[in-house]
Design a protein around this ligand. Sequence first.
Ligand SMILES: [Zn+2]
Length: 208
Amino acid sequence: MALRITRDGIELMGAAARADCRRAVAAEVSRIAVELERVLAPRDGRYVPQTTVNFDSDGRICTVVDEGSRTILIHIPLSCMEADPASLYQRSLNLSHELAHTLTPCGEPGRATLLDEGLAVFFAEAYTGRPSRPPRRYREARDLVRMLLATDNGVVRRLRARHPGKRICDYTAPDILGEVPALDPSVADDLVRRFYCASSRGTRLTCR
Ligand SMILES: [Zn+2]
């Protein structure tokens, strides 16, 4: 995987500290990618070759996918460049959450389901080895994923193998129940709901 590390779009080069940061982030992204495939499932190989991690001064945390070039741009806050333990933890947490979204990129953020977000929170907590404190909607999504994986922890890998061309955000409740018949059907229904909805003012809000 080719990896670029940028700060607000400017490639990190020159200063020794920046070079150290670049090496550290590249190493961590590689570790996370290996762990992601070990814990959950293979990533969609069409998007793997080019990834950029951008340290963002406006604090954005998100993954932007260019469907044309199949490149991935991950924004994490500028504070994650710091080397103190709290910042390094936030870097690991944010990178592992965002990289989990690259299992099968959704195309557009609004298409993410509770399964997408729940898997990202679940994986980030598994990777960092401690529970996180995300907003309520993310905790609900994570708890649904915990129920799914407690019933069968190989389900995501099997779903990916069964539907190789399908994105996680496009899985249906019957897709999930086909792999895990013992799962409560209401959990499958909740997992495939869209995570976001748009308010009348154009702000993205979580919805039920
Ligand atoms: Zn997310």
